[in-house]
Ligand binder design. Sequence first.
Ligand SMILES: [Cu+2]
Length: 136
Amino acid sequence: MKYQKLLFVIAAVVIALCISASSKESVTVVPVAKDGVQRVEIAGGSYFFKPNHIVVKVNIPVELKVSKESGLVPHDIVVKSPEAGIEFQESLSSTPKIIKFTPTKVGKYPIYCSKKAPFSKSHRAKGMEGVIEVVR
Ligand SMILES: [Cu+2]
């Protein structure tokens, strides 16, 4: 009986760990500054973007400050959604870069790193992806 209870507790802990690991989403709702620009920072590293889900308003300019967390592995940040006015590809370094765009269409657009080491999965497949969500 005791043994069964212990098994149940272990199963519950394992399930909780799995759920927390699979939902590593960090949502940032970007505020509009007084000058009418939505500013947000995104850091990339092995193998993540932080935050990995940003929410911005349509038809208001965005300034994305991107940088790389420490490490020797090269990373970049790519969005290819010209239909929404969001299209860029920048390599990441410890010195921040500013990317400017104005989203023109409501929707969810993928952010990812295009790097891939030989004989290895792409960084995107390893978790270097995120979402720009454009709302009204
Ligand atoms: Cu990468």
